[in-house]
Design a protein around this ligand. Structure first.
Ligand SMILES: *[C@@H]1O[C@H](CO)[C@@H](O)[C@H](O)[C@H]1NC(C)=O
Ligand SMILES: *[C@@H]1O[C@H](CO)[C@@H](O)[C@H](O)[C@H]1NC(C)=O
Ligand SMILES: *[C@@H]1O[C@H](CO)[C@@H](O)[C@H](O)[C@H]1NC(C)=O
Ligand SMILES: *[C@@H]1O[C@H](CO)[C@@H](O)[C@H](O)[C@H]1NC(C)=O
Ligand SMILES: *[C@@H]1O[C@H](CO)[C@@H](O)[C@H](O)[C@H]1NC(C)=O
Length: 560
């Protein structure tokens, strides 16, 4: 039975997402237990702490499929918000409270996630505490992200806080990602194992939903207007499903200043690698002759040569952009990318959401209380594709984990710590992988990528202190190379083919948190787990009780 239209179907982001047992392709799913588990609530994204000076932002969003947009010239369903693709900008300031009513006009469930926005205090609903920075929202079930539904989020500093660079003349959001004219068909091919482990054959790289300059179907390209002599902030996000890109601007340099809510030490680049799920702010000064210049976002996949091409247009320019497109490092140059990633460091003395410096958390001396070594790989079983973490591909129970935890400590739904967190399980199996996280402990998480494709990992509820990245297998000797002095804190970390990334995480946020591959195909096919950070203290200042309209569903259906 289809869900009623014009109702608000939003859920507990981490839990409801898990309801699809097999996550079949869109349109083919059984909606049995799912409907009962969707909660009719609106989102409150509250950027809390002191409520003084906070503004309330009320948004009503209508989500729909639209076939008239034709981003690549073909008739395809695109997910729009209030008719827009990408969706509208959420332009907020630390401490604002944002109320979003989402009306689902699709004929299937829809779920929004707010990337990089840390859910603090309230793991039942999305919430934000003490944040600044550049993020984006996107749909998180049914492969919807491949059809759009994403949009930019800015969280600006409060006036009283000094920002570590001069106020730019203007800001632009660039949402860039791989795109396919038939994502749902592709989904089916890789679930059923027709497509293998390699990348989906993405055909395009869109910039703000638009095809490249001078595209063959006569579609618009993205163009941003600047004034000579002025400096602009570009907020760049990789909203794609699978491909990393290298961004460069013809004849211009970029000064990196922010990654997903952390101010970085300023560093100048000719080009910047952005991996799936990541966001950056760069400053660009229009210091060249009045003209138009190419902005290129080129896939860094060695066998998928696609690029997004937009235009940086100087005011009063009367010429077209010309000359060859700016070139970047060769796609196979992993070392370029790794050394660039290592050069990105936190500015410990800059203030952020609060006036105290970001370096309040200095990880030099922290005591690690848990070590996770997570191998990401792939298995083909009974002619189906699965992506695994420590040889486990995720089984989504019909009961939300958070609900199971609240009512019965998980009994009947999952078994805590059933699977190893620092080695591969002896055999490849499907399971509801839930690991204990020690509340207020520091965890070291090492992601080891056993595959020859790029991976990208995200942890809801926490930031990653990126202490190391490398080629080849991780060993404890790699700890000697960690940057414990000024690692950047961010929400999403890339893991290179056959390589590793190491992060520290401070588990100060009680809840049931999703740790997942941000590569949509991998996530969809099982590459995720949950970390249960438990605090016996029921103090609502640590974790708020569930909302009054909590639905008891799954095995608790009918129980009050
Ligand atoms: C770090 O932040 C401080 C304080 O805002 C600023 O003065 C300084 O220029 C920044 N350093 C770098 C390397 O970006
Ligand atoms: C536009 O595309 C056409 C055909 O694809 C090509 O011949 C032409 O050189 C392109 N023009 C520019 C300015 O890039
Ligand atoms: C972090 O703490 C260590 C040890 O106290 C100190 O040596 C280091 O300078 C600190 N890092 C920064 C960036 O202040
Ligand atoms: C790190 O440990 C040293 C030696 O115990 C101590 O002096 C220093 O204050 C600590 N630094 C931080 C940032 O905790
Ligand atoms: C869940 O576990 C905690 C601690 O182990 C215990 O105090 C509590 O009573 C349990 N709750 C239920 C509903 O079993």
């Amino acid at each position: 039975m289809p869900l009623r239209k014009k109702d608000i179907y939003l859920g507990l982001i981490n839990q409801i997402t898990r309801l699809m047992t097999e996550r079949p392709p869109a349109g083919a799913m059984s909606r049995g237990g799912l409907q009962q588990c969707f909660v009719a609530i609106s989102f409150l994204l509250s950027l809390l702490s002191s409520p003084t000076q906070a503004a309330n932002i009320f948004l009503d969003w209508n989500v729909a499929f639209d076939r008239t947009i034709k981003p690549v010239g073909e008739d395809q369903p695109v997910i729009t918000i209030n008719g827009m693709f990408p969706g509208p900008l959420i332009d907020s300031t630390t401490n604002d409270e944002i109320y979003v009513n989402i009306f689902n006009n699709l004929d299937e469930p829809f779920l929004m996630t707010w990337n990089g926005i840390e859910q603090r205090l309230n793991s039942w609903q999305d919430g934000v505490k003490d944040q600044i920075g550049s993020f984006f929202y996107f749909p998180s079930i049914n492969f919807h992200k491949a059809a759009g539904g994403f949009g930019p989020i800015r969280v600006n500093n409060r006036q009283v806080i000094h920002v570590p660079f001069d106020k730019p003349e203007g800001e632009f959001d660039l949402l860039i990602g791989d795109w396919n004219s038939s994502p749902f068909k592709l989904t089916r091919t890789f679930i059923t194992g027709i497509a293998g482990i390699g990348p989906v054959t993405h055909e395009y790289m869109l910039i703000n939903g638009k095809g490249p300059y001078n595209n063959s179907w006569g579609g618009q390209h993205e163009s941003i207007e600047v004034e000579q002599g002025k400096t602009y902030r570009l907020r760049i996000s990789n909203v794609g499903t699978e491909l990393s890109f290298n961004l460069r601007i013809q004849n211009h340099q970029m000064i990196l200043v922010e990654t997903e809510g952390s101010y970085t030490q300023k560093i100048t680049f000719d080009s910047l690698d952005v991996h799936v799920g990541q966001s950056y702010s760069v400053l660009v000064t229009a210091n060249k002759p009045v003209s138009e210049y190419f902005i290129v976002a080129a896939s860094t996949h060695p066998s998928l040569d696609i690029s997004g091409v937009a235009v940086l247009k100087y005011k009063y320019s009367t010429t077209q952009p010309s000359g060859p497109l700016p070139v970047g490092p060769p796609p196979s140059d992993k070392d370029f990318s790794i050394s660039q990633a290592k050069a990105i460091r936190w500015n410990m003395t800059a203030g952020a959401a609060r006036p105290n410096p970001q370096g309040t958390f200095n990880v030099t001396n922290v005591t690690i209380s848990q070590i996770f070594i997570l191998h990401s790989s792939y298995a083909r079983i009974n002619r189906r594709n699965h992506f695994t973490v420590n040889n486990v591909y995720y089984f989504t129970p019909s009961t939300p984990l958070k609900l199971a935890d609240f009512i019965a400590n998980g009994t009947g739904v999952y078994q805590l710590d059933k699977f190893p967190v620092n080695s591969n399980n002896a055999e490849v199996i499907q399971g509801t992988f839930v690991a204990s996280g020690i509340h207020k402990g520091w965890a070291e998480i090492v992601f080891f990528n056993e595959l020859d494709e790029m991976n990208s990992w995200h942890f809801d509820g926490f930031g990653f202190y990126v202490v190391g990245l490398g080629n080849g297998e991780w060993s404890s000797a790699a700890r000697e190379t960690y940057n414990l002095f000024d690692p950047v804190v961010r929400s999403t970390i890339q893991v290179y083919p056959g390589g590793w990334s190491a992060v520290y995480v401070y588990l100060d946020n009680p809840g049931m948190w999703n740790l997942r591959s941000q590569i949509l195909k991998n996530w969809y096919l099982g590459q995720e787990l949950y970390v249960r950070v438990y605090d016996a203290d029921p103090d609502p200042a640590k974790e708020r009780p569930p909302p009054g309209n909590l639905l008891h569903c799954g095995i608790f259906d009918g129980q009050i």
